[in-house]
Design a protein around this ligand. Structure first.
Ligand code: ADP
Ligand code: ZN
Length: 717
């Protein structure tokens, strides 16, 4: 008899230990099984299987309960390694999440224990058998054309009846095999020779003893080329290389650059189907590929000999997951690098405050690329909208209009950034001042002119435009502010002969549609590209010589501790799109709050200026990186239950010695009322330990609101 320890899906948040079942046969560690849990069949992962010489009754007596059997073993081989299991264990401790959620987060959907019904796509093939078969001449002719492993569908195209006879006569035999992903290949081109500055960064990375290097390189300084050379070096040592990027669909250029240099590379991201992701996962597991470019979740791929992890745009907020387990990819990367004795290269033109301070303290090797490849940083100007002439447009200022027409007359291209989609973001009654909001979310509705509707940007619910104000019933609704669609309309009026296009979430929902627009921009079929933050990152088009940033200070209005940094990053990234080739680029920034240090720093193109002021503020307020944040979020559609839950939770945390803010009510989202509790302290480990206890106590109450934990959230909105 065997005792089998398994981690069960659907166990509640505070259940973070294995349950014991029994089996007649030995079961491998780390395979998935089906078990009965609270009278329901559910998936689980085996963490241990121990032989016992006792019989069933003796074992039940010893345990004190009736042991249940493992119902079914689902895998022939372990689906994860010991290294990944240990990683999940660590993840569960550092994010206060159940181990099974961490394991599931690491696996592609078809291998998750909660999706047991996922089908893996199989391909039918033929084995060609050797021997003397009694074949007619026609059968012989087809038989000779077949090769071992040919797909059944292809073979059958030759002649269904002959194939059937060949099967009958034992000359061929059908079998099933899992489908395998085929990446379309590019022609391989040679590596660019590194500049002296790039070469010294390259040399420093491969010779340092430090596990982590931070490359602070201005936009257009050729960071990607350094990655490619480093990747080549680590591959030559027989190691695996992972390049993490914020969002693949936005960086088709990164894909093509990597593809042009390496033949066996895979791309792992959310645009792949579940089946494709599984196939890619398997290729890494079977050691068929050595280099992966992917988004956040690729950090969990089953590497066996990882040598280098590069995190491009390391400051980017997409590297933080907000759902359980709320991890930051950097911490996972460090953990895996320690297991493999691998290197981590963080890189950015606007490093996170945390990374840069580690760099200055020499915890990380700090490396710089201070010059653009073309040696010309863009020229930045700020336009103070509060000082504009009366009749000048507040959407496109006179200066921007002039620069745009200069740019167009020279047959160059422009990018206009406005981080707000739709036509206008606020609809208000001119009589009583009421703002129209979504009934399920406490946020203003945006006007979308194409569809002539009002839309909630939280839940996507749409509304017909009312004729009268719902409050005072006057016919006086006014549209305030502007979004990308409005800018598009305005620019088309100003420049009727130019090709103007927009890229934001409203028009690139389809798979591959980003690439279509960017390809056309690259081919010069578009003169002015308008977009949200989607167009701020990574684009490298030599003819872009003008970038205009509208409402540049909008992000600074948020009360969030991180909003100055987020605004600074966005503006610096966007500015970095201008003037990347021979002609010097221009950047025009339109704002009201022009004296804000984030705007001033962009004007100077000076990261360190921003860093010093921002760190001073963080130090005074004890926000990260001077501390860690632990956020507890209570969410409920029932306001009464939420209040009751909040009372219980605040009692449980009241004895803790950490700095705490008063519970904060957040806007309602999708019918859910929300409360946030925020704890701040330098000692993350002790906070994790105490809060794990608090949460366990909270969960031992019946019928309270859902609770969510987030460690070091990047947004507090
Ligand atoms: P970053 O990622 O730092 O913004 P990129 O890697 O996109 O910069 O490089 C900017 C431009 O310079 C690209 O067009 C790239 O092809 C070119 N480039 C980079 N390194 C070299 C080099 N060593 N020689 C010639 N061109 C280079
Ligand atoms: Zn809504």
């Amino acid at each position: 008899m065997y005792l089998v320890e398994v981690y069960v899906t659907n166990a509640s948040l505070n259940v973070n230990y294995p349950f014991t079942y029994y089996a007649d046969k030995q079961i491998l560690k780390f395979v998935r099984v089906k078990v009965s849990f609270h009278n329901k069949k559910t998936g689980a992962i085996v963490s241990n299987c121990i032989y016992s010489s006792k019989n069933y009754e003796e074992l039940c007596d010893e345990k004190g309960y009736k042991l249940l059997p493992i119902l079914e073993v689902l895998d022939d081989e372990p689906i994860i390694s010991q290294e990944l299991f240990d990683l999940a264990f660590w993840l569960s401790k550092t994010t206060i999440s159940p181990l099974i959620s961490c394991l599931n987060c690491m696996l592609p959907k078809v291998l998750k224990t909660k999706d047991l019904d996922s089908n893996i796509k199989m391909i039918r093939r033929f084995h060609k058998l050797e021997g003397n078969f009694d074949l007619t001449s026609k059968q012989k002719e087809v038989y000779d054309k077949l090769f071992d492993g040919i797909e059944s569908s292809i073979a059958r195209k030759m002649s269904v009846s002959i194939i059937n006879s060949l099967i009958k006569k034992g000359a061929i035999e059908e079998y099933y095999e899992e489908a395998e992903y085929q990446e379309d290949k590019s022609d391989i081109t040679s590596f660019k020779e590194l500049t002296t500055e790039q070469k010294s960064v390259y040399d420093a990375v491969i010779s340092t003893d430090k596990m982590v290097s931070l490359l602070f390189g201005v936009t257009g300084s050729g960071k990607t080329e350094v990655y490619l050379h480093l990747a080549k070096y680590y591959l030559s040592l027989g190691k695996e290389v992972l390049i993490l990027v914020p969002e693949i669909s936005l960086t088709p250029q990164m894909i093509s650059r990597v593809k042009e240099r390496f033949s066996d590379v895979i791309f792992y991201h959310s645009e792949l189907s579940d089946q494709e992701r599984y196939e890619q996962y398997k290729r890494v597991k079977q050691n068929k590929v050595k280099i992966v470019v992917g988004t956040r979740s690729s950090i969990f791929l089953p590497f066996t000999n990882l040598g280098l992890i590069i995190i491009d745009e390391e400051h980017d907020s997409s590297y933080k997951q907000d759902n359980i387990p709320a991890y930051h990819v950097k911490n996972v990367a460090f953990k895996r690098a320690m297991s493999f004795k691998a290197k981590v290269l963080l890189a950015s033109a606007t490093p996170s405050l945390d990374s840069y301070s580690h760099g200055l303290r020499n915890d990380y090797q700090l490396l710089k690329l201070e010059n653009r490849i073309n040696l010309k940083l863009p020229h930045v100007e700020v336009i103070d909208l509060s000082k504009q002439k009366k009749n000048s447009s507040y959407i496109i200022s006179d200066q921007l209009k002039l620069e745009l027409s200069n740019c167009l007359s020279k047959h160059k291209q422009a990018i206009i950034l406005l981080n707000r989609r739709g036509y206008s973001p606020i609809v208000k009654c001119g009589n009583c001042g009421t703002t129209l909001t979504c009934i399920d979310c406490d946020i203003p509705l945006s006007y979308h002119k194409d569809e002539n509707i009002l839309k909630c940007h939280q839940c996507s619910k749409t509304y017909k435009i009312p004729k009268y104000c719902p409050n005072c019933h006057e016919d006086s609704l006014v549209f305030y502010g502007f979004g990308t669609k409005r800018v598009e309309e305005e620019l088309k009026k100003l420049f009727p002969d130019a090709n103007i296009e927009r890229m934001d979430r409203d028009n690139v929902s389809k798979k591959g549609s980003h690439k279509l627009i960017l390809d056309r921009f690259g081919n010069h079929e578009i003169d002015i590209l308008i977009g949200t933050q989607m167009i701020a990152k990574g684009l490298d088009y030599p003819d872009v010589t003008l970038v205009g940033i509208l409402n540049a200070d909008a992000g600074l209005m948020h009360q969030d501790y991180n909003s100055a940094k987020l605004t600074f990053d966005l503006l610096m990234q966007a500015s970095g799109r201008s003037g990347r080739a021979d002609v010097e680029g221009k950047v025009l920034i339109q704002a009201f709050n022009v004296d804000h240090y984030a705007i001033k720093a962009v004007l100077k193109q000076d990261y360190e200026y921003f860093y010093n002021i921002e760190m001073n503020y963080r130090n005074k307020t004890l926000y990260p990186p001077y501390s860690h944040l632990l956020e507890l979020l209570l969410v409920d559609t029932n306001a009464e239950r939420l209040n009751k839950s909040l009372n219980i939770l605040t009692k449980l945390t009241s004895d803790l010695s950490y700095k705490q803010y008063r519970p904060f009510e957040l806007p309602k989202i999708k019918k859910n009322f929300r409360y946030r509790l925020l704890l701040i302290d330098k000692d993350l480990l002790s906070m994790l330990k105490d809060l794990t206890e608090v949460i366990n106590k909270y969960l031992s109450y019946k019928n309270l609101s859902n609770i969510k934990v987030d460690i070091d959230p990047l947004f507090l909105e």
